[in-house]
Design a protein around this ligand. Structure first.
Ligand SMILES: [Fe+2]
Length: 224
C-alpha cells in the first residue's frame, strides 16, 4: 500500500487506529503462516530458535536506538526511552541467551550467516534514520514478537527446555510497548511527516523477509 493511500490512517487517533488495525492484520497473517511445532524435526526447531536468537540478541536494542535517533517528536521519544530502559535494566539479551542455551540452540556461524543478507538490509534501512518508517517497523516488530512467543516457547519445550523467562516476559510486556509505538508513529508523522512518494512499509517488508528467513533457513531453501 502506498503512503498516499495510508494518509487518512496516519492522521488517525490512538489505540485501535486504522493504522494499528492494518499493521496488526499483517502480523496476524505472518503468525498464521507459522508451521505446527509438533510437525517440525528437532533440527528445524533448533534452527528457528538459533536464527531468532542470532537476530534478536544483538540487534533489538541497536534497532530501537536507531529508531530513537531517527525520531524528532519530543512526545514520541519517551516511548522509545521506556522500551530501551526496560531492555537494558532487565537485560533482555541475557534472557534471550539463557533461553537459547537452555534449548540447546545457541546460534552457530551457519545460523548467523543464514540470516546475514536480510539482517544487513534491516540495518541499512534503519541507518537511513526515517522516523515514521522506523517507528512503524518497530511497532510491527513488537506486535509480532508478542504473538510469536507461544510458538517460540513450544519449540524450546519440544527440545526439553523449561527455561521460559524470555517468552513469558515478552508475551506480556510487549503489548504495552506495541501500543505506545503505534501512538509514536502518529506523533512523529504529525511533526516530521513521511513524503507521499516514500514507501511506508519499507522497513516492515524487510523485517517480514527477515522473519521468513528465521522460520525457514534460506540457505536450506537454496540447497533444496
Ligand atoms: Fe525485550
Amino acid at each position: 500500500m502506498s503512503t498516499t493511500l495510508l494518509a487518512p490512517e496516519l492522521r488517525g487517533g490512538h489505540e485501535g487506529s486504522p493504522l494499528q488495525v492494518h499493521v496488526t492484520t499483517m502480523i496476524d497473517d505472518l503468525i498464521a503462516q507459522l508451521p505446527d511445532p509438533e510437525q517440525l524435526t528437532d533440527e528445524e526447531r533448533r534452527g528457528i530458535i538459533a536464527r531468532y536468537t542470532a537476530v534478536l540478541e544483538g540487534n533489538f536494542i541497536y534497532w530501537m536506538t536507531a529508531t530513537y535517533l531517527a525520531t524528532q517528536s519530543r512526545e514520541a521519544r519517551p516511548i522509545l526511552i521506556d522500551n530501551l530502559l526496560e531492555e537494558v535494566r532487565d537485560s533482555h539479551p541475557v534472557m534471550m541467551r539463557k533461553f537459547a542455551v537452555a534449548a540447546g540452540a545457541f546460534p552457530t556461524s551457519d545460523d548467523a550467516l543464514a540470516v546475514h543478507n536480510d539482517l544487513t538490509k534491516m540495518r541499512l534501512f534503519l541507518g537511513k534514520l526515517q522516523g515514521v518508517q522506523s517507528l512503524a517497523t518497530m511497532a510491527f516488530f513488537e506486535g509480532f514478537i508478542q504473538k510469536f512467543m507461544p510458538f517460540l516457547a513450544a519449540l524450546a519445550g519440544g527440545r526439553g527446555s523449561v527455561e521460559m523467562e524470555y517468552t513469558d516476559v515478552h508475551g506480556v510486556c510487549d503489548v504495552a510497548h506495541s501500543e505506545g509505538l503505534f501512538r509514536a508513529v502518529l506523533l512523529e508523522n504529525s511533526l516530521n511527516p513521511i513524503s507521499l512518494e516514500a514507501n511506508f512499509f519499507e522497513g516492515i517488508d524487510l523485517l517480514r523477509n527477515l522473519i521468513h528467513s528465521i522460520i525457514q533457513d534460506p540457505t536450506a531453501r537454496n540447497a533444496a
